[in-house]
Design a protein around this ligand. Structure first.
Ligand SMILES: Nc1ncnc2c1ncn2[C@@H]1O[C@H](COP(=O)(O)OP(=O)(O)O)[C@@H](O)[C@H]1O
Ligand SMILES: [Mg+2]
Length: 323
Protein backbone atom coordinates (compact mmCIF):
# COMPACT_ATOMS: atom_id res chain seq x y z
CA UNK A 1 0.00 0.00 0.00
CA UNK A 2 2.88 2.32 0.65
CA UNK A 3 4.09 2.20 -2.96
CA UNK A 4 1.89 5.12 -3.95
CA UNK A 5 3.88 8.39 -3.85
CA UNK A 6 1.14 10.06 -1.88
CA UNK A 7 -0.61 8.75 1.19
CA UNK A 8 -3.49 10.99 0.26
CA UNK A 9 -4.46 12.91 -2.78
CA UNK A 10 -7.47 14.94 -3.78
CA UNK A 11 -8.01 16.68 -7.05
CA UNK A 12 -10.70 19.18 -7.96
CA UNK A 13 -12.85 18.13 -5.01
CA UNK A 14 -16.15 19.92 -5.04
CA UNK A 15 -19.07 19.30 -2.75
CA UNK A 16 -22.47 20.88 -3.05
CA UNK A 17 -24.96 19.91 -0.36
CA UNK A 18 -28.63 20.23 -1.14
CA UNK A 19 -30.60 21.54 1.78
CA UNK A 20 -34.08 22.73 2.62
CA UNK A 21 -37.37 20.84 2.66
CA UNK A 22 -37.44 20.45 -1.12
CA UNK A 23 -33.65 20.10 -1.33
CA UNK A 24 -33.77 23.16 -3.53
CA UNK A 25 -31.13 25.22 -1.78
CA UNK A 26 -27.45 24.60 -2.27
CA UNK A 27 -24.52 24.93 0.08
CA UNK A 28 -21.16 24.83 -1.62
CA UNK A 29 -18.85 23.24 0.93
CA UNK A 30 -15.81 22.62 -1.28
CA UNK A 31 -14.69 24.38 -4.44
CA UNK A 32 -12.09 22.43 -6.39
CA UNK A 33 -9.83 21.43 -3.54
CA UNK A 34 -6.37 20.09 -4.36
CA UNK A 35 -4.50 18.14 -1.72
CA UNK A 36 -1.37 15.97 -1.73
CA UNK A 37 -0.01 14.44 1.44
CA UNK A 38 3.29 12.61 1.42
CA UNK A 39 3.74 9.56 3.63
CA UNK A 40 5.18 10.09 7.09
CA UNK A 41 3.97 13.64 7.50
CA UNK A 42 1.62 15.34 9.87
CA UNK A 43 -0.51 17.40 7.56
CA UNK A 44 -2.88 20.06 8.84
CA UNK A 45 -6.08 21.32 7.35
CA UNK A 46 -6.69 24.68 8.95
CA UNK A 47 -9.77 26.79 8.56
CA UNK A 48 -12.62 28.52 10.36
CA UNK A 49 -15.95 26.86 11.06
CA UNK A 50 -17.75 26.02 7.86
CA UNK A 51 -14.59 26.06 5.74
CA UNK A 52 -15.22 22.53 4.50
CA UNK A 53 -12.71 20.67 6.65
CA UNK A 54 -15.01 17.92 7.90
CA UNK A 55 -16.50 17.52 4.44
CA UNK A 56 -13.02 16.93 3.06
CA UNK A 57 -12.22 14.31 5.68
CA UNK A 58 -15.59 12.61 5.21
CA UNK A 59 -15.02 12.36 1.47
CA UNK A 60 -11.64 10.76 2.14
CA UNK A 61 -13.31 8.36 4.57
CA UNK A 62 -15.97 7.54 1.99
CA UNK A 63 -18.72 8.89 4.25
CA UNK A 64 -19.68 11.64 1.81
CA UNK A 65 -19.63 11.49 -1.98
CA UNK A 66 -18.02 14.45 -3.75
CA UNK A 67 -20.14 16.29 -6.31
CA UNK A 68 -17.10 16.24 -8.57
CA UNK A 69 -13.39 15.59 -8.33
CA UNK A 70 -11.46 12.60 -7.10
CA UNK A 71 -9.75 11.45 -3.95
CA UNK A 72 -7.28 8.64 -3.39
CA UNK A 73 -5.76 6.97 -0.34
CA UNK A 74 -2.48 5.22 -1.19
CA UNK A 75 -3.58 5.38 -4.80
CA UNK A 76 -6.99 3.78 -4.20
CA UNK A 77 -10.44 5.34 -4.23
CA UNK A 78 -11.78 6.03 -0.71
CA UNK A 79 -14.26 3.15 -0.90
CA UNK A 80 -11.62 0.56 -1.75
CA UNK A 81 -11.99 -2.44 0.55
CA UNK A 82 -8.27 -2.87 1.22
CA UNK A 83 -7.90 0.70 2.42
CA UNK A 84 -10.10 0.23 5.48
CA UNK A 85 -7.44 -1.73 7.31
CA UNK A 86 -4.79 0.86 6.72
CA UNK A 87 -6.75 3.88 7.83
CA UNK A 88 -7.87 5.06 11.23
CA UNK A 89 -10.47 7.78 11.66
CA UNK A 90 -11.30 9.99 14.61
CA UNK A 91 -14.57 11.80 13.86
CA UNK A 92 -15.52 15.22 15.15
CA UNK A 93 -17.22 14.96 18.56
CA UNK A 94 -16.88 11.18 18.76
CA UNK A 95 -19.73 9.42 20.53
CA UNK A 96 -18.64 5.87 21.39
CA UNK A 97 -21.41 3.50 22.49
CA UNK A 98 -21.86 4.71 26.01
CA UNK A 99 -23.02 1.45 27.57
CA UNK A 100 -19.92 -0.38 26.40
CA UNK A 101 -16.81 -0.27 28.53
CA UNK A 102 -13.72 1.33 27.05
CA UNK A 103 -12.23 -2.13 26.70
CA UNK A 104 -15.27 -3.44 24.82
CA UNK A 105 -15.36 -0.44 22.53
CA UNK A 106 -11.72 -0.65 21.47
CA UNK A 107 -11.99 -4.43 21.11
CA UNK A 108 -14.97 -3.98 18.82
CA UNK A 109 -13.04 -1.45 16.74
CA UNK A 110 -10.06 -3.77 16.49
CA UNK A 111 -12.26 -6.63 15.38
CA UNK A 112 -13.92 -4.46 12.71
CA UNK A 113 -10.46 -3.54 11.47
CA UNK A 114 -9.62 -7.20 11.02
CA UNK A 115 -7.75 -8.13 14.20
CA UNK A 116 -8.55 -11.26 16.18
CA UNK A 117 -7.33 -13.61 18.90
CA UNK A 118 -4.27 -12.82 20.94
CA UNK A 119 -3.11 -10.14 18.51
CA UNK A 120 -6.38 -8.30 19.08
CA UNK A 121 -6.14 -8.56 22.88
CA UNK A 122 -2.51 -7.45 22.89
CA UNK A 123 -3.14 -4.49 20.62
CA UNK A 124 -6.18 -3.39 22.64
CA UNK A 125 -4.17 -3.42 25.87
CA UNK A 126 -1.26 -1.66 24.19
CA UNK A 127 -3.35 1.22 22.85
CA UNK A 128 -5.37 1.57 26.04
CA UNK A 129 -2.05 1.96 27.84
CA UNK A 130 -0.81 4.40 25.23
CA UNK A 131 -3.81 6.69 25.63
CA UNK A 132 -3.64 6.34 29.42
CA UNK A 133 -6.95 4.56 29.86
CA UNK A 134 -5.82 1.19 31.19
CA UNK A 135 -7.15 2.09 34.60
CA UNK A 136 -10.58 2.98 33.21
CA UNK A 137 -10.99 0.20 30.68
CA UNK A 138 -13.70 -1.59 32.69
CA UNK A 139 -15.76 1.56 33.14
CA UNK A 140 -18.69 2.27 30.88
CA UNK A 141 -17.97 5.06 28.43
CA UNK A 142 -20.82 7.16 29.82
CA UNK A 143 -18.70 7.66 32.93
CA UNK A 144 -15.77 9.02 30.94
CA UNK A 145 -14.81 12.70 30.89
CA UNK A 146 -14.58 14.54 27.56
CA UNK A 147 -10.83 14.08 27.48
CA UNK A 148 -11.15 10.36 28.16
CA UNK A 149 -13.75 9.95 25.40
CA UNK A 150 -11.44 11.72 22.99
CA UNK A 151 -8.51 9.48 23.93
CA UNK A 152 -10.70 6.40 23.69
CA UNK A 153 -11.76 7.49 20.23
CA UNK A 154 -8.12 7.87 19.30
CA UNK A 155 -7.44 4.39 20.68
CA UNK A 156 -10.08 2.90 18.35
CA UNK A 157 -8.48 4.79 15.46
CA UNK A 158 -4.98 3.40 16.09
CA UNK A 159 -5.73 -0.07 17.44
CA UNK A 160 -4.87 -1.69 14.10
CA UNK A 161 -1.69 0.41 13.63
CA UNK A 162 -2.99 2.14 10.52
CA UNK A 163 -0.58 3.71 8.05
CA UNK A 164 -2.86 6.70 7.77
CA UNK A 165 -4.70 8.50 10.53
CA UNK A 166 -7.44 10.99 9.76
CA UNK A 167 -8.43 13.15 12.72
CA UNK A 168 -11.26 15.67 12.79
CA UNK A 169 -10.60 18.39 15.39
CA UNK A 170 -8.72 16.03 17.72
CA UNK A 171 -8.01 18.64 20.38
CA UNK A 172 -11.08 20.83 20.34
CA UNK A 173 -12.96 20.95 23.60
CA UNK A 174 -10.06 19.60 25.60
CA UNK A 175 -8.46 21.32 28.58
CA UNK A 176 -4.77 22.25 28.34
CA UNK A 177 -3.62 18.93 29.80
CA UNK A 178 -5.90 16.96 27.50
CA UNK A 179 -4.73 18.93 24.53
CA UNK A 180 -1.13 18.29 25.44
CA UNK A 181 -1.78 14.56 25.77
CA UNK A 182 -3.50 14.47 22.41
CA UNK A 183 -0.65 16.36 20.77
CA UNK A 184 1.89 13.94 22.19
CA UNK A 185 -0.14 10.99 20.96
CA UNK A 186 -0.30 12.43 17.47
CA UNK A 187 3.47 12.95 17.47
CA UNK A 188 3.92 9.32 18.57
CA UNK A 189 1.96 8.25 15.51
CA UNK A 190 4.29 10.06 13.18
CA UNK A 191 7.27 8.64 15.09
CA UNK A 192 6.10 5.11 14.31
CA UNK A 193 5.89 6.05 10.64
CA UNK A 194 2.21 6.80 10.19
CA UNK A 195 0.87 9.63 8.07
CA UNK A 196 -1.52 11.92 9.90
CA UNK A 197 -4.06 14.25 8.35
CA UNK A 198 -5.90 16.35 10.84
CA UNK A 199 -8.16 19.30 10.57
CA UNK A 200 -8.53 22.01 13.14
CA UNK A 201 -9.39 25.62 13.75
CA UNK A 202 -6.80 25.81 16.53
CA UNK A 203 -3.74 27.57 15.15
CA UNK A 204 -1.25 26.67 17.91
CA UNK A 205 -1.94 22.99 17.26
CA UNK A 206 -0.91 23.42 13.66
CA UNK A 207 2.24 25.22 14.71
CA UNK A 208 3.06 22.57 17.28
CA UNK A 209 2.36 19.51 15.16
CA UNK A 210 2.26 19.95 11.43
CA UNK A 211 4.92 19.49 8.82
CA UNK A 212 2.70 21.08 6.21
CA UNK A 213 -0.59 22.85 6.28
CA UNK A 214 -3.28 23.84 3.87
CA UNK A 215 -5.43 26.80 4.81
CA UNK A 216 -9.01 26.35 3.75
CA UNK A 217 -11.48 29.23 3.58
CA UNK A 218 -14.94 28.99 2.12
CA UNK A 219 -14.20 25.58 0.60
CA UNK A 220 -11.13 26.86 -1.20
CA UNK A 221 -7.47 26.27 -0.60
CA UNK A 222 -5.94 29.68 -0.02
CA UNK A 223 -2.47 28.72 1.21
CA UNK A 224 -0.37 25.61 1.30
CA UNK A 225 3.13 24.93 2.42
CA UNK A 226 5.54 23.92 5.11
CA UNK A 227 4.49 25.45 8.40
CA UNK A 228 7.98 26.84 8.91
CA UNK A 229 7.86 28.56 5.53
CA UNK A 230 4.44 30.01 6.12
CA UNK A 231 5.20 31.36 9.56
CA UNK A 232 8.93 31.84 9.40
CA UNK A 233 9.25 34.38 6.61
CA UNK A 234 10.18 37.13 9.01
CA UNK A 235 13.19 35.36 10.40
CA UNK A 236 15.33 38.47 10.32
CA UNK A 237 12.91 40.62 12.20
CA UNK A 238 12.91 41.52 15.87
CA UNK A 239 9.96 42.45 17.98
CA UNK A 240 10.60 45.11 20.59
CA UNK A 241 8.26 45.74 23.49
CA UNK A 242 8.46 49.38 24.47
CA UNK A 243 6.94 51.38 27.30
CA UNK A 244 6.68 55.16 27.55
CA UNK A 245 6.33 55.78 23.84
CA UNK A 246 3.32 56.83 21.78
CA UNK A 247 2.42 55.42 18.43
CA UNK A 248 3.04 58.84 16.85
CA UNK A 249 6.53 59.00 18.32
CA UNK A 250 7.34 55.54 16.99
CA UNK A 251 6.15 56.55 13.54
CA UNK A 252 8.24 59.72 13.75
CA UNK A 253 11.25 57.50 14.45
CA UNK A 254 10.63 55.76 11.15
CA UNK A 255 8.74 52.63 12.20
CA UNK A 256 6.02 51.98 9.60
CA UNK A 257 2.52 52.15 11.04
CA UNK A 258 1.82 48.56 9.98
CA UNK A 259 4.69 47.37 12.15
CA UNK A 260 3.37 49.01 15.29
CA UNK A 261 0.91 47.34 17.58
CA UNK A 262 -0.49 48.71 20.79
CA UNK A 263 -0.96 46.32 23.64
CA UNK A 264 -2.06 47.33 27.12
CA UNK A 265 -0.25 50.65 27.13
CA UNK A 266 2.86 49.23 25.50
CA UNK A 267 3.96 49.25 21.91
CA UNK A 268 5.11 46.22 20.01
CA UNK A 269 7.45 47.24 17.21
CA UNK A 270 8.53 44.99 14.41
CA UNK A 271 11.96 46.00 13.26
CA UNK A 272 14.37 44.50 10.73
CA UNK A 273 17.38 43.05 12.52
CA UNK A 274 19.71 45.38 10.65
CA UNK A 275 18.11 48.56 11.92
CA UNK A 276 17.21 47.32 15.39
CA UNK A 277 20.45 48.34 17.11
CA UNK A 278 20.22 51.91 15.87
CA UNK A 279 16.57 52.17 16.76
CA UNK A 280 17.25 50.86 20.27
CA UNK A 281 19.69 53.68 20.92
CA UNK A 282 17.21 56.25 19.65
CA UNK A 283 14.41 54.76 21.73
CA UNK A 284 16.48 54.84 24.90
CA UNK A 285 17.60 58.40 24.19
CA UNK A 286 13.97 59.36 23.75
CA UNK A 287 13.31 58.12 27.30
CA UNK A 288 11.41 54.98 26.31
CA UNK A 289 11.82 51.73 28.21
CA UNK A 290 12.52 48.65 26.12
CA UNK A 291 11.19 45.79 28.18
CA UNK A 292 11.58 42.90 25.77
CA UNK A 293 13.39 42.00 22.57
CA UNK A 294 12.65 38.79 20.77
CA UNK A 295 12.72 37.38 17.25
CA UNK A 296 9.46 38.32 15.58
CA UNK A 297 7.32 35.42 14.59
CA UNK A 298 4.98 35.99 11.75
CA UNK A 299 2.42 33.81 13.37
CA UNK A 300 0.12 31.51 11.57
CA UNK A 301 -2.55 33.56 13.25
CA UNK A 302 -1.53 36.68 11.37
CA UNK A 303 -1.12 34.74 8.18
CA UNK A 304 -4.54 33.31 8.69
CA UNK A 305 -6.22 36.63 9.36
CA UNK A 306 -4.56 38.13 6.32
CA UNK A 307 -5.60 35.19 4.19
CA UNK A 308 -9.20 35.35 5.34
CA UNK A 309 -9.24 39.05 4.55
CA UNK A 310 -7.82 38.45 1.09
CA UNK A 311 -10.38 35.74 0.47
CA UNK A 312 -13.13 38.27 1.09
CA UNK A 313 -14.13 37.55 4.65
CA UNK A 314 -17.18 38.91 6.33
CA UNK A 315 -19.71 36.75 4.61
CA UNK A 316 -19.70 33.00 4.81
CA UNK A 317 -16.01 32.57 5.46
CA UNK A 318 -15.55 34.46 8.67
CA UNK A 319 -16.00 31.64 11.14
CA UNK A 320 -14.45 31.51 14.57
CA UNK A 321 -10.83 30.64 15.08
CA UNK A 322 -9.05 29.72 18.24
CA UNK A 323 -5.81 31.56 18.62
N1 LIG B 1 -24.72 17.22 5.67
C1 LIG B 1 -24.75 18.51 5.32
N2 LIG B 1 -25.83 19.04 4.73
C2 LIG B 1 -25.86 20.33 4.36
N3 LIG B 1 -24.86 21.19 4.54
C3 LIG B 1 -23.75 20.73 5.14
C4 LIG B 1 -23.63 19.37 5.57
N4 LIG B 1 -22.40 19.18 6.11
C5 LIG B 1 -21.79 20.38 6.04
N5 LIG B 1 -22.58 21.31 5.47
C6 LIG B 1 -22.23 22.71 5.18
O1 LIG B 1 -21.05 22.72 4.41
C7 LIG B 1 -20.17 23.73 4.84
C8 LIG B 1 -18.87 23.11 5.27
O2 LIG B 1 -19.10 22.33 6.44
P1 LIG B 1 -17.95 21.46 7.14
O3 LIG B 1 -17.30 20.62 6.12
O4 LIG B 1 -18.60 20.77 8.29
O5 LIG B 1 -16.95 22.58 7.62
P2 LIG B 1 -15.90 22.61 8.82
O6 LIG B 1 -15.63 21.22 9.25
O7 LIG B 1 -14.72 23.29 8.24
O8 LIG B 1 -16.52 23.43 9.92
C9 LIG B 1 -20.90 24.48 5.93
O9 LIG B 1 -21.54 25.58 5.35
C10 LIG B 1 -21.89 23.47 6.44
O10 LIG B 1 -23.03 24.12 6.97
MG1 LIG C 1 -15.81 20.29 11.11
Amino acid sequence: MTDAPYALQASGLTKVYRVGFFLNRQVVALRGLELSVEPGQIYGLLGPNGAGKSTTLKILMNLVQPTSGTAALFGHAPGHAATRRHVGFLPENPAPYEYLTGLEFVTLAGRLAGLSGKELDDRVQAVLGQVDLSHAQKLQVRRYSKGMVQRLALAQAIVHSPQLLVLDEPTSGLDPLGRRQMRDLILEQRARGATVLFCTHIIPDVEALCDRVVVLVGGKRVREGRVQELVGNEGNTLELTVEGLHRGQAEALGVPAADIRELEGRLLLRVPDASAQGLLRVLLDAGARVTRIQPARFTLEELFMQTVKEAGAGSSVGGEMSL
